[in-house]
Design a protein around this ligand. Structure first.
Ligand SMILES: NC(=O)c1ccc[n+]([C@@H]2O[C@H](COP(=O)([O-])OP(=O)(O)OC[C@H]3O[C@@H](n4cnc5c(N)ncnc54)[C@H](O)[C@@H]3O)[C@@H](O)[C@H]2O)c1
Length: 267
């Protein structure tokens, strides 16, 4: 098991207070890492940090803001002296003006430029900036593992039929910005893996599939049928994969995309 041991490693997790982030932080902490629990929402980060054993601390940061990332970096380095693991997990889905406008606004023909730009700002630029600031700490010390969280939608396009209810009514469309941004993450990962290979910093993508979070019955059924395992994911399904990527058990793996999607993209 020592291959998976993270004792004395510092792990930085962005978007830590969300559905998947919580599970990733708990897994890293269980494996022995000191976890910097980072989120734009300090209350979420703080309460998660309190829930995890005493090897964690909360950090408020906005991945789209270089000054905020610099202050967070200073705080983390003051606390632990180094960064060994960076998980770029923070991301957003579109927020539409109202329930009644979702179907119209999410269609490609009407999709607003502002939502496209906001999505790219958080999901793509946020990862780029976090890698520049936190990843540079790793490159300076010639050691580290960066995990960029993408999605099945970074590999394949959305099948809009899964957003139709039992009566065949399209409820909304998965919009263009999320898949485009997640696809960008997969190839940005390859860029950075090639660039920092000489510095001993490994950079990989983790591509999760959809997590059950109380979605409507029609959607859960449609989604589950698209997977080989016949179900949506739980946040815990990502614990093992993240420890594998973060630890020396994946020491010869870089530039790769670890797809954990119940088989969604394999048929
Ligand atoms: N949930 C899924 O089904 C699913 C599927 C595939 C991929 N993913 C990916 O997994 C990752 C985590 O998803 P999730 O479902 O846990 O998301 P979530 O919405 O539950 O959590 C995202 C977290 O990011 C934080 N955040 C938002 N903007 C931020 C910013 N500018 N700076 C710092 N923090 C910010 C939010 O406060 C929130 O706590 C994302 O990259 C997402 O795209 C999720």
């Amino acid at each position: 098991m020592s291959l998976f041991d993270l004792t004395d490693k510092t792990a930085v997790v962005t978007g830590a207070g969300g559905l998947i982030g919580k599970a990733l932080c708990a897994a890293l902490s269980d494996a022995g890492a000191i976890v910097a629990v980072c989120d734009i929402d300090f209350n979420k980060a703080n309460s998660l940090s309190n829930d995890i054993a005493n090897n964690s601390f909360p950090v408020e940061l906005d991945v789209t803001n270089p000054e905020s990332l610099q202050s967070a970096n200073k705080l983390i380095i003051n606390n632990t002296g180094k960064i060994d693991i960076l998980i770029n997990n923070a991301a957003i889905n579109d927020i539409f003006a109202s329930d009644s406008s979702i179907l119209k606004q999410s269609s490609f023909e009407n999709y607003p430029l502002e939502l496209w730009e906001k999505s790219f700002e958080v999901n793509v630029t946020g990862t780029f900036l976090s890698c520049k600031i936190f990843g540079n700490e790793m490159a300076k010390r010639n050691y580290g593992s960066i995990i960029n969280v993408a999605s099945t939608y970074g590999i394949v396009g959305p099948d809009q039929a899964i957003y139709k209810d039992e009566n065949g009514k399209q409820k909304f469309y998965k919009s263009p910005s999320y898949p485009a941004g997640k696809g960008a993450i997969v190839n940005f990962t390859r860029f950075l893996a090639a660039y920092w290979g000489k510095n001993g910093v490994r950079v990989n993508t983790l591509s999760p599939g959809g997590v059950f979070d109380g979605q409507e019955k029609y959607f859960v059924e449609n989604y589950s049928k698209k997977t080989m395992l016949g179900r949506m994911a739980t946040p815990d399904d990502y614990k093992g994969p993240v420890i594998f990527l973060a630890s020396d058990s994946s020491s010869y793996m870089t530039g790769a995309n670890l797809v954990i999607d119940g088989g969604w993209t394999a048929w």
